[in-house]
Write a protein that binds this ligand. Sequence first.
Ligand SMILES: [Zn+2]
Ligand SMILES: [Zn+2]
Length: 595
Amino acid sequence: MELYLPLAKDEKLKELGLERQNKVYYNGKLLTIEEYIREKLKDSDFWAVKIALEAIERAKKKNKDLITVRCANTPTGVLHIGNANDVIRAYFIAKVIDILGYNVRLVFTSDDRDPMRGFPSKIADKYGNIVDFKEKHEYEQKYDGFPVARIPDPFKCHSSWSEHFISIYFKEFELLGIIDNIRFEYYSPSILYNTGLWENLVKKALENKDKINEILREHKEHVREYPFSVICENCNRIGSTHVINYNPKTKEVEYICESRHLKKKTIQGCGYKGKTTIRNGKLDWYVEWAMDWAYFDTDVEPMGKDHYVSSWKISPKIAKEVFNIEPPIPVVYEFFTVDGKKMSGSKGNIYNLTEFLKIMEKEVVLYLYTKRPTTHRDIKMENIPSLVKEYDELEKKVLLHLSGENKIENEEIIVYYLTKGSIPKEIPKKIEYSTAAIIGQIVLPKEYLINTHLPIKFEEEVLERIKRAFDRINIPLKDYNLERLRKATYWAITYGPERVKIKPNYERITIPLDKNELQALEKIIEYLEKMKHYDMEEIQTSIHNIIKEHTDPKKFYPKLYKMLINKEQGPKIASLIIALGKEEIIKILSNYQKS
Ligand SMILES: [Zn+2]
Ligand SMILES: [Zn+2]
């Protein structure tokens, strides 16, 4: 027996002899929500729980009192919803460890010393909105091969290219509720190298370069004299330098800036030869990854499939043989595609969390990442309403269960709690996303549909209009419904299929109607005049029956849509009636009563 007391019925409380309080009644005990979720976690197949338990075991064996889940992204441009797999998956694992009562931190590094290799055609402005990168060509001429932390911010609102994109990313994590919900630690490799915090580990790697090169050769990887690059003191490039000598006593390297082939692209150097400290450089990726694990004492790390099939075969060997550590537990995830296409900043096919937060509530965005990491996911922008509906149904199921009404899987409760971040004290009466998309197009002013991921103050007059539409279908004027109204409307006008885009048509246009069709029209008007309350299903069926009875629906529907919205197809007729109100609909249709 499980019962969340704020949701329980009065009789039930009386029967159990309990007072209404913020607790869950579970197997005869009163638990806080966290204690209750902890019980559920212990007996669950949820993927993040399995990994969390493995991490806890590992930490126990090593006698550690802090578990580290690490994630990283390279800020070479917009960090998109596919990149976010790293952080959000790591967050779920860390959160589960946290709920299970262990000390845990989520470490995020931003790989900001990585060289830039070509610039994207789309970037994000300081609000996170995706825009064209107009200076792409100029940047390519000037900054190719620069470490991302040394490239200027094209919008000049941050100190560098990498800081600009990382700031947007963090804002998104804040909106998702991640940063405030876990011990979140952010590290910049630029700073770790510069300040010498990584110096001893870099030394170790350089002293063991032969061992490293042997491992690389085994895997038929490209081998250089030293697996290290420095930032050229003459031209600022890091992607073009080679180390030719290392002096362990002075911790200095001699280097030459010539040219280097990096991922299908050759970075041209300036020819400069110099000597600099190892703090001014960066280990090659395979080695740096292993060093990361050593420095942060990483227990778990999510990684994209691309890394799993390549670097994961090499870096763990370097971790063991050079840094004498055990590599972390890997969590492999598949990528997201949108409308069947791989996301790519250079091709301009890109969606970031800001954009997704404009069309969905934060819990629905997080919900995308609760699915098994190894399943490839294609997100169809046209089908967003079904995704939201799926989440609404999950919410309803969980809350009904917690109010004592039905039984569900533990996993569903966990997924709901991890995405929502709390359990509401009442069952929300949400407007259906697809209905909201239609109503919003009629009642919301255009300026409400910009930056819908941020809160807005609704004007009285707009609220009045919304209330009238909501009242027709008994939807409360709550913040969550107003938020949904904006998001669903933004979705409809930006990504919705043609049939959901509407604009009421008050002008009479020429539509030839025969006798039977005129009769159907008259009956519809009669029906609407008599209609006492708005019920989507009922209206839809009644109108369909009237049409069927008098004429050919296939021919009549396009005409009906033409009258209402000057298009031959549209959303459910009932949703238009709810959005506009029957009086408006009657006014429009009466125009056509006499042909
Ligand atoms: Zn900026
Ligand atoms: Zn140079």
